[in-house]
Design a protein around this ligand. Sequence first.
Ligand code: PLP
Length: 450
Amino acid sequence: MREIDLVAEADVRARQYLTEIEGRPPFPTLAAREALTAFSEDLPSQGADPFETLNMLDVYGSPATTASNGPRYFGFVIGAALPGAAAVERLMLAWDQCASSYDNSPVAATIEKVAASWLLDILDLPRESAVGFGTSATACTLSCLSAARRSLLGRLGWDFDQDGLIGAPEIKVVVSETVHITVRKALRLLGFGMARLIEAPVDQYGRIDPRRLPALDERTILCLQAGEVNTGEFDPFAELIPVARAAGAWVHVDGAFGLWARASSRRSLTDGVDTADSWTTDGHKWLNTPYDGAMSICRDADALAQAMNSDAAYATASKDAQKNLTLEFSRRARGIPIWAALRTLGKAGVAEMVDRHCEQAAYLADRLRNSSLTVLNRVVLNQILVRGATDNETARVREAVIASHDGWFGPSIWRGQTAFRLSLSSWRTTNTDVARLADRLIAIARGQND
Ligand SMILES: *Cc1c(COP(=O)(O)O)cnc(C)c1O
């Protein structure tokens, strides 16, 4: 019974936390952060009481959380956790499934297959694709790029699994000048070498300029972006991908948040993206699922299954087991909260949420354009880049807004200029929250910090 009491107590505290989420400062106060010294204790030699441990986490931990699950967190593209997705996570904790294959967890394997097919449906990507549910877009990019290199080498007659990279034909990688840092990380981990990456020049919006696309061939991986992290812009897929495919290159698309535009009325921003070879996207950003849930999607299902294969001998019978589509072997059923998010929102709900955030971004940008602040991007999606008259003014405005608790957002640099970036991506953010942020930003920029 003690176990049940403990879980019930955790549930009471979790419910209390959520009840207060709207009133929490988006970033924890200095006092709350200083109180974290309570955790600086020695590892106890005898186990502590679990109720007391839970109490400690709540008393000192909860006030020091970043309220990214709340309505006024505008940093990065973090999203919140949809109730429908967060609730199934609670039940899944009780299940404690090792979701590596059907044999380990029939329920996880069955639901993740459904989630995979729904995902291909809502994002309108090739239905024959394999979908791996990994921890993050970073990890999923690593999986996709492994599959890409292994496939290109295979076409050249090189057995990557047996012979590795020493003596292999060189696979070149072309990335956007504005490629996300985590794609660089994945490439570095895979041994591509940062100095050997070929950067494709971008236009003023941060999109690869097709006229200046570096030469591609059958030994090239081209990495494109659906949703550049600063501007929310999309590479011109319909122009770039046919050129790449004709050259025999592999096209990978980083769509960590932006690929969800495809499920909304902004769909035309993604035209042609479905002709790529592989894609990564996150659940934990714009779909508003809990951490950590992301997807690697690969048109050639066998290419991903072979690259990520964990079985002693590659067996086609288990090619759709998640242990053969992700970096993980033992794993949580990350596809289940994604299934729950899609099921509880439906196609219309996803479209409505993405559209709402884009409209909120457009409203906020309009308000700011009529102030002394400068909006640096076109705001085609949910990202707004803002700058004051000087670097100091930009920093002052950001710090003063954060101190007001009307919003938290991060600094950025765009085309050599200091800026800050506002992301609209939480299901909890209402139009009132956005108006309140606009009022505060404008008042502070005017020099009134009331
Ligand atoms: C956040 C982000 C990533 C990395 O995603 P994680 O899930 O945090 O690993 C990659 N690309 C873009 C454009 C992103 O915004």
